[in-house]
Design a protein. Sequence first.
Length: 275
Amino acid sequence: MAAVSEVLDLVAQMKAAEESFVLATVVRTVSVTAAKAGAKAIIRPDGSIVAGWIGGGCAKGAVLKAARDALADGNPRMVSVQPENLLAELGVKPGETKQGIRFASNLCPSKGTMDIFVEPVLPHPALVILGASPVALSLAAQARPLGYHVTLAAPACDLAGAPAVDILIDSFALGALHEARRFVVVATQGRGDEAALRAALAVDADYHAFVGSRRKMVALRDKLIAEGLDAARLDRAKAPAGLDLGAITPEEIAMSILAEITLERRRGQRGQAVK
C-alpha cells in the first residue's frame, strides 16, 4: 500500500502544479496477472510512467495508447486486456470498443485478464481577460468558481482595486501564460481596444472574442489591417462576444460569454461515447 500512497501523493503534487497526466488504475484481474486490483501508475503525455506500476508489456502498450487518447480529448477510458480466446468469445477484436470498454489482446503466457481505468488529469482551462471594464471584472468573478485559471491584463490605473484572479498583469503585455486550453476575451470597452486586441490575437487560443459591436470591430479591423496586421489573424476574434441571450447588464454579458466558452470547451464531449 505504500507504493499506492506515494502515487497518490505525487498525483496531488502534479495537480497543484497544473501538470497534465493520466492516472491508470487496475480495477479487476482474473487468473494470473503481474499487477493486482488497486495498482496505480502515473503516465505523462510523453508516455513515460513516472510512478507506480500496472504490469509489464502485456498491458502497457494498450494502456499507453488509451492514455494518449484520453489526454487528447479529456475523456476517461476503460481498457480490458484479455487473451484472444476470451476476446473471441465476447465477439470483439483487439482494438475494438464495445459498451464503453476498449479491448486489447494479452499475448503473454499468463493468459490473465486485466481491466484498467485510464483517467486524464488536465490543468484548469485558462481564461485570459484584457481590460478593466465592468464586463471584464464580472467575467473574472464568474469564471473562477467554474474552474478556470484566470489572468486579467489591464493598466493598474484602470483598476479601482485588486480583483480576485490567479494572475494580474499591469498592462496588455501578456508574456508567458498558463499552459492549458486557453480562451481569450478583450473586454476593454473603449480603453485601449487596439493595443489589447493586438495582444490577444498574438496568443494561441481555442477562442478569441471582443466585447463590442460588430460595427466597432469592423472599424478596428480596417484600422489594424491598414497598419499591417494580418486579416486572417483578426478574423479569429468573434464580435460581439458571447451567445445572443439578450444580455444587458455586465453580469449578463459575462454570463453569455462564459456560456459560449463552455460550448467551445465541451465541443465533442457531450454525448460522446468513450473510445
